[in-house]
Structure formats: C-alpha cells, structure tokens
Design a protein around this ligand. Sequence first.
Ligand SMILES: [Zn+2]
Length: 471
Amino acid sequence: MTIELHNTLTRKKQVFKPANPKRVTFYVCGPTVYNHAHVGNFRPAVAFDLLFRVLRHHYGGEHVLYARNITDIEDKIIRAAQELNQPINAITQKYAQIYRDESAALNILPPSMEPAATDHISEIITLIDLLLQKGAAYCEQGHILFDINQFDDYGKLSNLNIDDMIAGARVEVAPYKRNAADFVLWKPSTDDEPGWDVPDQWDIKGKGRPGWHAECSAMIKKNLGTTIDIHAGGQDLRFPHHENEIAQSQCAYDAPLAHIWLHNGFLQMAGSDKMSKSLGNIVLVRDLLKKWPGEVLRWALLSAQYRQPLEWGDDLLAQSKKQLDRFYRLLSEHDDSHDNQKENNKTQIDAGVIGSLNDDLNTPGAMAALHALRDQAAAQKGNEKNHAIAILKASGQLMGFFNHQPKEWFKQDFTQSENGLNDTEIEALISERGKAKAAKDFARSDEIRDRLKENGIIIEDSATNTTWRRE
Ligand SMILES: [Zn+2]
C-alpha cells in the first residue's frame, strides 16, 4: 500500500516515496511558547500527529524521524517577559510544558525530537554566514537581510508574485530593506533584550538575535539533514514563513529543503470568521479540557480532512462526544481477558481505515470505516464479536482514539445532554431496566422506558441486547 499526499509545492496529490525508507524525515513548525495555545493551534498538531502515526505504521516506529520545534526566542516572547517582569526562560519553559501536557491530553505522541531555537544559535549563525558569503544576504543598519532577488524561485510555494506579496501587506516595510519583501535573518538586541555575539567578519557590531525564519532552516539542517521528505505546518505559514525557509536553505545548501509540503486549512468559529485575538473569539484548549475529554477535541479536530476548513463550535464537540460514546459502549462488551500486549500489537488494522488515511489523511473516510466496523461488530456474537472489536480498537488506536477503559470513559462526566440525561445516566437506566425485566418486575421496567421516552431517548430491544438513540 502506498501513501498519497497533497503537495502544496506541486499543487497535486502524489505518491509519497521517502528518499530513505529506513530514515523518513518529517518537520513541523511548532509553537512559539509565551501564552496558552488556542484550539486553532492544535489543528496542525493533531493532523500531523496522525501523519506521524501513519508513517510509523508503514515504515516502523524506529524509521521515522519527526521533529517539531519550539520557538523560544521571538519578539512576542520578549514583550511578554517585560510585561510580566519575569525571566524569558521561565516563561518559555512554563508554556512549553503546558503545550506538552495539552498535547498529551489530545493523545498527540511526543515527536522524535523537539529542537529549541536557543539551542541552535551557532547553527543559525553558520547558516547566515553562508548566505553572506554567497551574496544572498546583506548587512544594513545592524540587521542582516535576505535578498530575495538572489533567489529566482521566491514565491513558488505560495504561488504569489512579489507584487502580490507586498500588496498582501504581510511584509514589513523598513528603511533597511533593499526590497520590501527582503526578510530579517538577524537583528540587533538592546541591553535588556537577549542577544548573542556575532562573528568578527560580519559588518555589524554588538549583540543580536535571529529572525524567526532562520531558526527553522538551521534546526532542520542540524537535526534532519539538508533535504527532508516532508515539511508541514498551518496554511498561514505558507507565506512568508515557509517561502523564506525555502529561500534560505536552498541558497545556502544548493538543494531543496523538502520534497513534500503540507498545509492544513483554517479553523473557523461557527457563525463567524477565522479565530483571532482581534475578533475576541479565541477558544483556549485549557478551557475546553475543563469541559470535554481530550479525545473529544481530537475527534472534532479530525472530523474534517486536514486541508478543508473546519467549523468549530459546541455542536461539533457534542456530536463528537456522542460518537465516541457509541464506540465506547461497544468496546465495553469486549472480553479482553485473553489479550496481552503482544497480541494487541499484532491485531490487524481495518483496510478501510488505513486505506482512507493513506489517501491524503482522509479522516472523514477513516471515521466512516470505524462506524461501519462498530455496526458489524455489534451484530456479531462470541469469539467473532471479540475479534471484530479487537480490530475496531486497534484501528481506532492507530488514529489516537479509544485509549480509555470504557468504564473510565463513562465516569468522566463533563456534559449534560439538553434532555437532562447524560449518556452515563441513560446507560445506567437501561442496565437497571434489563435487570428489572429479568426479575419480571415489569412495572419498574415500563417506568424506566417511559422516563427515557420523556427525555427523548428511543430504546430498541433485540434478542440479545438493548440499543438506544436520541430522538
Ligand atoms: Zn518553521
């Protein structure tokens, strides 16, 4: 089986062929750590975690090298440190740990490596020095800038010409730039800003610090190599960030930075626009995790294919919770007394699930396959049923779901349904009704049925069990 991915660079879906299947290299631009992440920040984190899992499934865990960086030097971080009157590394360490904890709550695997920009200052300086030597960068008013006129392919990734880019107002016009689209590789630091010494041969004096774009190029070169298989990030990073990464790396090393570029679509707030601070509609993952299990957030974030826009809201979360509840109800019927770790690892993955994931991470397709598996398993009995549930569980776990014991899942009770009965209460009533019927206490079993009906819950009895749904 092959994996197909939509490459932003070629604007086509193409078969993924790593340069070396024993060392698949994958980089995602990680968080800038100075505040709490919002749910939009976690869309790429979850989508590309899923790709990491699919790559590991294909090539083996030890053959996939996934780097997700930490940006721990940036103007926004410096400003936050000044406002809070705290040391910069106290802030970056605090928020990097919060990001890791929230990632774990969403079943995001730790990447193979997590390079931090401040650990790569000498590599960043080496990169900039190479660009200066090659005439692709210049010094002006204490800054070092990349000269985009030295790179013919500038704009190829984002499919923009330079006039469009400047008109898009995403580039800062500054007196020290030759072209408005030239970007900062190194900037001067004042005494109260963090700074590093520069090499004597540079035409600038005093301490300075790197620009954001240069960090990723240097960290990729150091940790993964000159040309990597896959580079991914949010759609908003395509220009200028990724365009600039390509320009720097290609000019410095005379080789492409990445074969495949992936970009996820925006997360939109239901009934409004893109989530943004200026619109005041930021939803923090920290707040969502007080109300919903992390697995529900993960399900919701993967409910649309990663390139498509995703409309975020409480309805989506409630729907996601309801769907996961249906899986956990079936999983609670699984007799895992004979399972051991070894067997679990060998359990086959459903062809419909992996087939959809291989198709440019078609998560709606993979979720539909999980639903079909559940329905099939529910209709089976005995060993067959156990086997079907084991496949469902392994296939869901490949996607980062079904990591709870069903009993625990139904105990973590954050939500009340609009009907006043939450899923756990409904399950409990149905179980009580089953016992009442078995004891021929029909008055009680009818009473429970009526109560469920008043709450909009329809129950259906089969020969072996009772299922329920909301009206
Ligand atoms: Zn980057």
